[in-house]
Design a protein around this ligand. Structure first.
Ligand code: ZN
Ligand code: ZN
Length: 408
């Protein structure tokens, strides 16, 4: 046990951290206790010394043994402030170059997630708690105590600090009910799947996100097609033909994109994760490590500029849709779109997701639940028999309809 470990948990942490961290952020010092030479953080109960966890229903820290509850103090709030994108990129590149010239490894360990590995010694049971990849907050595998890396989200050198997070709002049993309702509403699911539902271990995890904003200015040109009909031919050959009249159109417009969320963690099914949107971003609070206690958390391994490329693709798709609307008419053909981005800003957030994996007939399926809204997305089994039967029914119905029309 370290020297810090023997201090009472309610003592202000500023004394014992002053010698270890050169520039401690005020946010990370306000609660809890650091362990293992300030590399880890826990939140001991001032009543009984057991470790406290974030309680989703109460939105406070609660002791698992004596139920003692502590409010999470809000510190200076810069969570709503958008950061300048170009400036952040420049700063990160400079820091990396500086690190290189100092002969330090400029490798970003977190980005090469498979390389990253850190171990902490659990103060409760003495066991080794391992943090692999992007994991920053977890439980001791031997005694279940919540434990997290101290600096991963705010004070890691050459890394973008987390601005804020949406605390978990959907409790585990609510998530389970949502999942049960989701299972019941699935079409073409096997009967045994509908009857038994799915069961598996739920993991609450904060995922890393960048949200981007940009003012865009777009100049576009294209062809507008208006459909009209003409009568052609004479006598028995007289008929109506459909033609398209094309005309050139062009224009320009501005559009502001606000908070386009991009998942900054790899190794997840991005299609399902994106389907969890929209995120209620008005619920973002300033980052505090207490919110992570008892839950899993990951730090980003997709860089700010890579995330922006994804945001840019989403903006471009929405702009193209805008252009089609502006061309109007019955058909649209886009000749050119030129978009200028101004004032790109971003925030780095942690967003809450319930994850579950379950097995059905020997196959593993993944479920994602938005822990702020309850939205469920995921993989589910299909009943081949039900699909075949329904397709067959549809085929018979069509055949019958054709027969009926022919007879009429
Ligand atoms: Zn307690
Ligand atoms: Zn332990």
């Amino acid at each position: 046990m370290s020297a810090a470990g023997s201090l009472p948990p309610d003592l202000p942490t500023s004394h014992r951290e002053s010698e270890a961290s050169p520039a401690p952020s005020p946010e990370s010092n306000t609660a809890g206790r650091t362990i293992n030479n300030d590399r880890g953080r826990i939140f001991p109960c001032e009543n009984c010394g057991a470790d406290m966890e974030f309680h989703i229903g109460q939105q406070t820290l609660v002791c698992r043994f004596c139920q003692h509850s502590v409010d999470i103090q809000t510190t200076s709030d810069d969570s709503a402030t958008e950061k300048d994108y170009a400036e952040a990129l420049k700063r990160i590149r400079q820091q990396r170059q500086a690190a290189q010239t100092e002969q330090h490894s400029a490798d970003d360990n977190w980005t090469k997630a498979e390389k990253h590995h850190q171990e902490l010694r659990c103060e409760s049971c003495g066991g080794n708690v391992e943090f692999y990849g992007t994991l920053t907050s977890t439980h001791c595998p031997y005694c279940g105590v919540p434990i997290q890396l101290e600096k991963a989200h705010r004070n890691e050198p050459n890394r973008i600090p987390v601005d804020g997070l949406i605390p978990f709002r959907v409790e585990k049993n609510t998530a389970q009910n949502q999942l049960a309702a989701w299972v019941r509403s699935r079409w073409f699911a096997p009967n045994s799947f509908l009857k038994d539902g799915v069961s598996g271990r739920f993991n609450g995890v904060y995922l890393a996100y960048f949200t981007y904003d940009s003012l865009t200015w777009t100049a576009w040109s294209g062809q507008r097609g208006d459909v009209y009909t003409v009568s052609v031919g004479t006598g028995n050959n007289r008929r109506t033909e459909t033609r398209v009249r094309w005309s050139s159109v062009s224009g320009e417009f501005q559009r502001f994109f606000d908070n386009i969320p991009v998942l900054a963690n790899s190794g997840m099914n991005r299609e399902f994760i994106q389907a969890l949107e929209p995120w209620p971003l008005h619920q973002v609070v300033p980052f505090q490590q207490q919110y992570l206690a008892g839950l899993l958390a990951r730090t980003y391994d997709i860089e700010l500029d890579a995330g922006f490329r994804e945001a840019r693709a989403r903006m471009d798709a929405m702009i193209a849709e805008d252009v089609r609307g502006r061309i109007g008419g019955d058909r649209q053909s886009i000749s050119s779109i030129q978009t200028q981005l101004n004032a790109v800003t971003f925030r780095h957030l942690l967003l809450p997701v319930w994850l579950m994996a379950y097995r059905f007939h020997g196959k593993t399926y993944q479920i994602f639940i938005n822990a702020a809204t309850g939205e469920v997305q995921g993989q589910r089994p299909y009943s081949v028999w039900k699909i075949t039967f329904t397709s067959l029914l549809a085929l018979i119905a069509t055949a019958f309809l054709i027969y009926w029309i022919m007879q009429a």
